[in-house]
Design a protein around this ligand. Structure first.
Ligand code: SF4
Length: 151
């Protein structure tokens, strides 16, 4: 299962398949990470700096974290995509086809000047999350999506 959690500054990614339940996250920021709670990650319960330091101690890579750089991500079900926006301008998107059984992610693109900020990962994660919430599989035809999904 893939999930992302967002506050004003940061996005935290969680890939449950990688989690070894070493609980470094729980001991590092117990108000943020609590297994059994829904949602189990609550970013509002600590500073972004504390969360950053805790996530960096995750031994398995199940948790990851990036700065948002003021970029917001929106999911557009009708348009079959997720899209990234900065100051109201679209700067990236991730496109998929819904086969009825799976979301086939076939294209991910971010404007060149905004590369290296983790925006593509946020876009792909958002589509994967929405597929999983609907009980669909994921077919990562796009090579970047495959890298995120299979890593
Ligand atoms: S620190 Fe990482 S591996 Fe350990 S429980 Fe938390 S998410 Fe899982």
């Amino acid at each position: 299962m893939h999930r992302s959690y967002v506050n004003e500054d940061i996005t935290v990614f969680w890939d449950s398949d990688k989690c070894r339940h070493a609980k470094m996250c729980v001991s590092g920021s117990p108000k943020v990470f609590e297994f059994g709670r829904r949602p189990w990650i609550k970013l509002e319960n600590a500073s972004s700096r504390e969360i950053w330091e805790t996530v960096k101690k995750c031994p398995s890579g199940a948790l990851d974290i990036i700065y948002n750089h003021d970029v917001t991500i929106e999911f557009d079900e009708a348009g079959h995509c997720s899209a990234a926006f900065l100051d109201g301008k679209q700067i990236g998107e991730c496109d998929y086809d819904d086969t009825g059984e799976a979301f086939n992610i076939y294209h991910t693109e971010v404007d060149r000047e905004h590369g290296g900020k983790g925006i593509a990962k946020r876009l792909v994660y958002r589509v994967i999350e929405e597929a999983e919430r609907r009980g669909r599989g994921v077919i990562p035809t796009c090579s970047y999506a495959a890298k995120i999904y299979n890593s």
